[in-house]
Design a protein around this ligand. Structure first.
Ligand code: BG6
Length: 479
């Protein structure tokens, strides 16, 4: 179990805390992964909350998040506390500091404190300044202080710089845990195991043997009630610049000397530094339109009728280094697509001479390795196989591994990430250098004035994106 510590959740009554953080904490406590002495302090501005009402809210949230009663019971009610932040003045932050000291004294805890800022981006700067004004950013002897924040890390290069500066003025990089929840997914970490635990692929993992790499995050759901955030954001900012780019770095990075925070993040940042600048023709934007019962984006609640926000983006990237020069990396992500599917497809080059032709057409298809992250995690290697009978006709079949055939349910990303925060392992968190290098590439795209191609809700995105090669073929595969 982690050493006993205090987790302070800003936005303690908010959506992320209720839907993700508190359920994950209950699971971790039930599994004995975090010390039962750990204190959870919810912080919010609303004046009507009390410790008792907050405990009730926590219990209710666990029910709403379908946490089984025996797991919910494990999260000890007495370990949950509430601290109002009133007007967010320095005095209010000082009162928080005094409360933490009192709790630590009462429960014999060293000052090990993680401040989880589950807040909208616009509120982050103020919270960091408040913590700093009250001296809560400092590390204490015999303990530690960490600060946690969620993507988006800025909405463009300038705002990312500004956010990084605000944090840097108060915390050291080793104290800052930037969450991209994709990195917490078990299946994303399995990518590291796949690449570096199976050395047979390493010799093939380069421009000599690989023709293209495709990274797809297709969502079946539409916007839901998130217009306020999403309409200002769009698919490029919401998904491509962070989640898909993180997947790209894990696929493309060099072999790190160790699997630890410094080694892995250094290699990932190197990939980002090697990305070629994008031009307008490397990007296709789309927006879903009504299809039967499925609403179009413009018909969703609170979306302006003339909104030109992209709900789909496809981007062709090239990594200008010795390993990857010339290999296209196709990133694509959209809402209201055919079905939920997160998949990486690696297409290997065909053999130099086709040995099996039928009426002048080559029968040999490219070998493809697909790594499916959700909903059915696993991987498949597509091989050409002879169909029985005279003559040689080939067809492709997969060699397949599926997680659910061998393992129980996978832990939620937030369980993994919360545990790493309390342990102090930054391997699965985004370094400031990665944030900036990724914005270096995507910031110019924001001002390119792209055509927004409509696509029917429930389909695989606009036709215009099909110029980016292989997606349809890989998406249609069952495994
Ligand atoms: C979030 C985005 O970061 O990731 C959402 O803001 C998106 O728009 C979500 O739906 C997808 O995450 P997952 O884990 O469901 O693939």
């Amino acid at each position: 179990a982690t050493p006993p510590s205090t987790l302070v959740i800003f936005g303690g009554t908010g959506d992320l805390a209720r839907r993700k953080l508190l359920p994950a904490l209950a699971e971790l406590t039930a599994a004995g992964s975090i010390s039962p002495k750990t204190r959870i302090v919810g912080v919010a501005t609303s004046p009507e909350n009390t410790e008792a009402s907050y405990r009730q809210l926590v219990a209710k949230s666990l029910v709403e998040a379908d946490v089984p009663p025996e797991v919910a019971k494990a999260l000890c009610q007495d370990c949950v506390h509430y601290q109002g932040l009133g007007d967010g003045s320095t005095a209010a932050y000082q009162a928080l500091g005094e409360r933490l000291l009192a709790l630590e004294a009462e429960h014999d805890l060293p000052p090990r404190r993680a401040f989880y800022l589950a807040l909208p981006t616009a509120a982050l700067g103020k919270a960091v300044q408040g913590l700093t004004a009250a001296g809560l950013n400092a590390d204490h002897s015999g303990g530690w202080t960490r600060v946690v924040l969620e993507k988006p890390f800025g909405t463009d290069l300038a705002s990312a710089h500004a956010l990084i500066d605000v944090l840097r003025n108060s915390f050291r990089e080793e104290q800052i845990f930037r969450i991209d929840h994709y990195l917490g997914k078990e299946t994303v970490q399995n990518l590291l195991a796949f690449r570096f635990g199976n050395s047979i692929f390493e010799a093939l993992w380069n421009r000599d043997r690989i023709a293209a790499v495709e990274i797809t995050v297709a969502e079946e759901l539409g916007l839901g009630s998130r217009a306020g955030y999403y309409d200002k954001s769009g698919a490029l900012r919401d998904m491509i610049q962070n989640h898909l780019t993180q997947l790209l770095t894990l696929v493309a990075m060099e072999v790190p000397p160790h699997i630890d925070a410094d080694s892995v993040r250094y290699e990932k940042a190197k990939v980002l530094r090697s990305l070629a600048p994008l031009s307008k023709s490397d990007v296709v934007f789309g927006q879903y339109a009504r299809n039967g019962e499925l609403l179009g984006y413009h018909e969703e609640k609170d979306v302006p009728s003339d909104s030109s926000t992209e709900t789909f983006a496809a981007v062709r990237c090239e990594i200008m280094n010795w390993r990857w020069r010339g290999v296209p990396f196709y990133l694509r992500s959209g809402k209201r697509m055919g079905r939920r599917l997160t998949r990486i497809g690696v297409q290997f080059k065909e053999s130099p001479v086709c040995m099996f032709e039928n009426e002048g057409v080559c029968e040999v298809n490219r070998n493809v390795l697909t790594m499916t992250l959700q909903p059915d995690p696993g991987f498949s290697l597509y091989m050409n196989v002879k169909e029985p009978g005279s003559g040689i006709m080939l067809d492709q079949f997969p060699l397949t591994f599926r997680h659910d055939e061998h393992f129980d349910d996978l832990p939620d990303a937030y369980e993994t990430l919360l545990l790493d925060i309390l342990r102090g392992d930054q391997t699965l968190f985004v370094h400031s250098d990665e944030v900036l290098r990724s914005w270096d590439v995507f910031d110019p795209v924001l001002t390119m004035n792209h055509t927004i191609h409509p696509y029917e809700a429930g389909t695989w995105g606009p036709q215009a994106a099909n110029v980016f090669g292989i997606a349809d073929q890989a998406l249609m595969r069952d495994h």
